[in-house]
Design a protein around this ligand. Structure first.
Ligand code: NMX
Ligand code: MLT
Length: 437
């Protein structure tokens, strides 16, 4: 069965579960809200639903019930590769089913048709100053696609219908995930390669095509596949997924929604941390290691310098996780099994920071989680393969995150989730409730 048909069947089978929960159990209490949560970023309040992924503080992410190693093991691999195609992962995220090779081939072929990006998108990006951050370019590129949104077209057609609205979100979502790597490659070549653009390879899957479009080597094809899959989803409370969900809840189409999500991803406490990690590490090398090898003592000193200056150590800490991020470990394993990379001086330094930073952060005593997150390990791999323009790293995150955000909003519409509108209170109200105990 084709992906859309499978999804249709799944959504229709699932709907009674959501309806029953609301109708029969709507008033069952699943959480309470405290004043510190109200002021402190709604941390840990259970108030969102998603079945695409779940984040356990100790174990880390599971995509559709599978850990990262289980996901990589289960999905059909790209030809000649140890890693699955991004297309097979997309099928899996949307449906929860491991696709057959024939189903994957169908998605690969479909993306080839969908990935044609209209010229006006490139023109809009080209019109920006060349020194604009690449995340601005990506967000503008995605927003420019809005003109031809199938969901917006359906809404404006006068035939809008809640039961089938998800099908138009799905169409936009598929177009968006197929096109975003093409736009990212365009931005890369525009910004760093003198606008020497490379055509889409009509024979290649998403990861291989992206590698080729940015002029990368064969080995980078797996880097792209691994990177996009690992960065795809982190349940739905993180800033980029939550923003996308929130904006879409107003029935803004997927382009408006994901452009907004990308703007959240561009924050240094969220996706920009991967750029900050490289910046921190290279500056450390320049400042402390001009004539000497890095040591744990030097790393400790640099970490304290950062903390004493009132800054955060990028790539460390997490709002939910309370152990090393399995996405960090997965990328570290990739480094350790890749000859050349495991002996690379920058990888060795990143490994030394991993040995040192948790202890320093524990001694500092503020961060609830002293362990590394995904961003502490991702940049060194890009650097090793020659992608050294680190202000581009969050764009790579944005390409991956599109998969999770688009799968989530397709299901949001399928299950008819309401416009999101939490209630706010005033400080005086909090003070009154505080006094009343
Ligand atoms: N370095 C220094 N201080 C930290 C760090 C860190 N890496 N992480 C948390 N803290 C501080 C935090 O600033 C806060 O200080 P204060 O009380 O003065 O406001 C205190 O520890 C308590 O914060 P937490 O509750 O542990 O963390 P929170 O849930 O608020 O924030 C992050 C989570 C991820 C924003 C935070 O750990 C951080 O800023 N990390 C560095 C940036 C980073 O790596 N972000 C990427 C996250 C993953 N992603 O890709 O999105
Ligand atoms: C993410 O991947 O979105 C980050 O780890 C941040 C989060 O989960 O809050």
């Amino acid at each position: 069965m084709a992906l859309k048909e499978t999804l249709k069947q799944k959504i229709e089978e699932f709907r009674p579960r959501t309806t029953r929960l609301v109708k029969e159990f709507g008033k069952v209490v699943i959480d309470q809200v405290t004043i510190d949560q109200c002021i402190g970023g709604a941390r840990d309040i259970r108030s969102l639903v998603t079945d695409i992924s779940y984040l356990d503080p100790q174990e880390g992410i599971r995509f559709r019930g599978k850990t990262i190693p289980e996901t990589f093991a289960a999905l059909p691999k790209a030809p000649g590769s140890d890693y699955p195609t991004v297309e097979s992962f997309w099928y899996f995220l949307l449906t929860g089913d491991v696709p057959t090779q024939a189903q994957v081939d169908e998605v690969v072929a479909e993306w080839k048709v969908r990935q044609a990006v209209p010229q006006y998108v490139f023109d809009a990006i080209r019109a920006l100053p060349k020194d604009s951050h690449p995340m601005v370019m990506l967000s503008v590129g995605i927003l420019a696609l809005q003109k031809d949104s199938k969901f917006a077209g359906f809404y404006n057609s006068g035939k809008f219908n809640k039961m089938t609205a998800w099908e138009y979100v799905y169409e936009d979502a598929c177009d968006l995930v197929a096109r975003i790597p093409i736009i990212a490659a365009f931005i890369y070549n525009l910004k760093y390669k003198g606008d020497k653009q490379i055509a889409i390879d009509q024979t290649a899957d998403c990861g291989a095509n992206f590698a080729r479009m940015i002029g990368q080597c064969k080995e980078y094809e797996d880097v792209a596949r691994m990177y996009f899959i690992l960065h795809s989803d982190h349940e739905s409370g993180n800033v980029s997924a939550h923003t996308t969900h929130l904006v879409h809840s107003a029935l803004s189409d997927p382009y408006y929604s994901y452009s907004a999500g990308l703007n959240g991803l561009a924050g240094p406490l969220h996706g920009l941390a991967n750029q900050e990690v490289l910046d921190w590490t290279i500056k450390f090398q320049e400042k402390y290691c001009k004539d000497v090898e890095p040591t744990k003592e030097l790393v400790t000193k640099a970490l304290w310098d950062t903390l004493n200056a009132g800054q955060v150590v990028p790539g460390y800490g997490h709002a939910v996780l309370r152990k090393t991020d399995p996405r960090y470990m997965s990328q570290r394993e990739f480094c350790l099994k890749t000859p050349g990379l495991k002996d690379d001086p920058l990888f060795k330094l990143v490994a030394m920071i991993f040995e040192t930073a948790p202890g320093v952060l524990m001694e500092h005593g503020k961060a609830k989680n002293p362990w590394p997150n995904v961003d502490a390990q991702s940049g060194v791999i890009q650097w090793y393969y020659g992608l050294r323009e680190w202000d581009f790293y969050t764009v790579l995150f944005g390409v991956g995150r599109a998969l999770g955000c688009m799968a989530n909003i397709t299901w949001d519409r399928g299950l008819g989730y309401a416009i999101e509108r939490p209630k706010s209170v005033t400080t005086a109200m909090l003070e009154k409730w505080a006094e009343e105990g």
